[in-house]
Design a protein around this ligand. Sequence first.
Ligand code: HEC
Ligand code: HEC
Length: 364
Amino acid sequence: MRVTGKPVRVSGLSLVVILCGLWVTAARTQTVQPKQAGSVPGSHQLPPWRVPDIAALPDDAKGQLVRYGRDLMTQTTALIGPDAPVEQLRFSRSGLECANCHIDAGTVRYALPLVGIANLYPKFSARIDAQQDLAERVNDCMERSVNGRPLPLDSREMQALLAYLSFLGSGSTPGQAPIGRGAPQLPLPTRAADPRRGATVYQSVCAACHQANGLGVQLQLSDRLIRKQRYLYPPLWGPDSYNDGAGMAHIVTGAWFVHANMPKGVSFQYPLLAVDDAYDVMAFVDTQARPHKADLAKDYPDEWLKPIGTLYPPWPGKFSAAQNRFGPWQPILAWRKANPPPPASIGQPAANDLEEIVHSTAPR
Ligand code: HEC
Ligand code: HEC
């Protein structure tokens, strides 16, 4: 099913049929040639994707720390979240597991993988306009994506996450991002992303799992205890979801992730959504009620580096709030390029570089 102009309308039953088909297709992707191009040009000639084998690690102190780090990714709510046994361990306040976004504990290409990224840090972060190390990057997701508080650097939990990330980074070249990091870039729409149209896409494609009210489907208590997870289908908005300062709360970042990875079961090589539908649906999702991160106005001290599609002010230039949020974004990018920031700005990379502005919405 390829969706072009109009939002998709599928009944619940046909969606189930389509999704079953997708899983079958996914299982066969090794041998079957694609009927349609994926969102990544030449995606079938990509270099192989190598994930270090965690099962091969010995059961010593180091191996146990790495495995605990992996468990923290997949069992976030139970180990360091709202379902943790003691209050001191409840660092995350959301119902999300890290692996709800970093699919399969960060091992899947173009599904926000964490394979091969440890060596990229410390690196420049446009959000703080300074260098940031890997622990600080983890705490960004702690404070935003899972709406919690930062893990202390000397905690066993932070040490375990760093050990897991460093294990996933073994064999990678320092400073060189793996091909497959983040989510594949999509062309920007030439019109404004449309949350009302997105609501229709949402109800027809996403609501079957994430529910019409966006709150997802919680596991029954007995299953929660066994799986150490809170949700069967995680919430996309509401009190248990990511907050308004999260990467996923940027329309562009969200659209790139969703296009390559949703509905669950698709891959970047076999996307289901049309590109415009991905932007529209995330314009809808990201403007629903969700927890608020304090002090968002302090993000992106250099406004020129603020990713397009960021929903909160301030934005540089004289564009309306609506255009900054929903686009069309090309005129904004062209204006930023033609009007470099004032000299007082301490922007580090070429602040008016279109690539950098688009890129800073998602990892490379
Ligand atoms: C709601 C989705 C979501 C959840 C949940 C989430 N993340 Fe993230 N994470 C993202 C996105 C999106 C990015 C890239 C953001 C960007 O650069 O704009 C990211 C980036 C990262 C990075 C940097 C990756 C790179 O390529 O440089 C690390 C490390 C990370 N997350 C760790 C975690 C950990 C640990 C958790 C759980 C505590 C977590 N994340 C939970 C969405 C999420
Ligand atoms: C077949 C069920 C299904 C459908 C349909 C589906 N999703 Fe998901 N979605 C999931 C599951 C399951 C996860 C968690 C992934 C994991 O843990 O491996 C998820 C995760 C997500 C996440 C990151 C976690 C979070 O809660 O924020 C986003 C964002 C998301 N989906 C958006 C969408 C959008 C938008 C659509 C419609 C275009 C959609 N999904 C359709 C099952 C589904």
